[in-house]
Design a protein around this ligand. Sequence first.
Ligand code: FAD
Length: 386
Amino acid sequence: MKINLNKNTQKWQKIAREYADEFLQPHEVEAELNNGELSKEITKRNKERAVELGFTAIDVPKKYGGLELSMVEQVAIWEQLGRVTNALSWCFPEAQSWMFEACSEQQIEKYILPMVQGLRKDCYAITESESGSDVANLKATAKKIDNGYVLNGEKWFVTSANLADFFWFQAYLPDEEEDALFLVDIDTVGIEMIASPLFSHTYAAHHPTYQFKNVQVDESQRVGKTGDGMSYTHSWFRHERLMIGARSCGAAARLIEEAKKFADNRIVDGAPLSEKQAIQFMLADSATELWASRLMTFEAATADDNGMDVKTLHNRCSMVKLFVSEAANRIADRVVQIFGGRGYMRENVAERFYRELRCDRIWEGTSEIQKLIIARSLKKRGLDGM
Ligand SMILES: Cc1cc2nc3c(=O)[nH]c(=O)nc-3n(C[C@H](O)[C@H](O)[C@H](O)COP(=O)(O)OP(=O)(O)OC[C@H]3O[C@@H](n4cnc5c(N)ncnc54)[C@H](O)[C@@H]3O)c2cc1C
């Protein structure tokens, strides 16, 4: 199922596939059986290799020593990394291009460039108990004081906080009556992890709850300027929604390949499963949905590369996230069914993806929220303007 990609994109696709196959995939079951964790040596080796290959610099401007790859190239990379379960591909930090637009030179030096070198890692503290889908309803506050701000609030589901060095912390500024983003070192006085719940998937990256109590930060830790509000968080959402599409395509491809292999070899009533029409239909539906998913994802990436205006692009990324994450979940469900009892075993890739892909319909905005964004876009711009 080939998409017409240029030589450079194919090169990156191959590099990412080899990395996923050689460094990550062989360790999935080991991670699954060890709370998502691999030995220190393997974790270090995987990260170092990712840095060496340039994965931490794919979305970094050349001006800062990055590779500045096109969005199509980035999607091609993340599609291959998405073939691996247990979030083993999250072993390296990701500096993203919007960070270089948002941050001051001092912030870039202190927080962003060390991520490119694999030396620091970030996490996003946006969601609260009463502000998830309604992300603009933040209760966390940043109160202005001389030379800085005092942060208060409770943040939920802070992915990778157990492995991170600093937060992107979104809060409401009562003085300016709007939101703002801050870079906050994780060891700042007043920050406490108050819970670390267990989730369906088995990842080394946890999603703890953090309390910020009178946390003092310097003026220089505010990201962007007055009036930027949540615009950088929206940039992050856009990027992640597209990459959820890419990773889900990779996961779906792997699932279909594994299901086909199994169906070709499992003999029932004297014939391979793959000769039963019920199984063929499940595989055919899955392959078709994957094809549609890949076309959408690569098209949205191309639109981004061609400089599509941000609002239209925002809608495209929502459509990708909605369609591809839902399709990947349907595919995982079918593949579990094709595997039968084996598909319910944690050592089976289908079982793991069945749990893991579920979250892609929830985080970075639920499917319902993506539908609201798409419906709003349709209402404002009409079909031709979308
Ligand atoms: C494993 C995991 C990791 C996460 N990592 C992070 C992270 O790193 N940083 C971060 O900030 N957040 C993170 N999140 C939070 C995630 O983005 C939110 O869970 C998500 O946006 C949904 O918000 P919520 O959980 O508050 O659900 P709610 O907003 O309470 O929604 C509940 C249900 O109501 C529906 N709903 C809500 N509003 C509407 C509406 N207007 N119309 C129709 N239906 C609606 C939703 O679709 C959903 O089905 C993570 C979540 C999970 C599960």
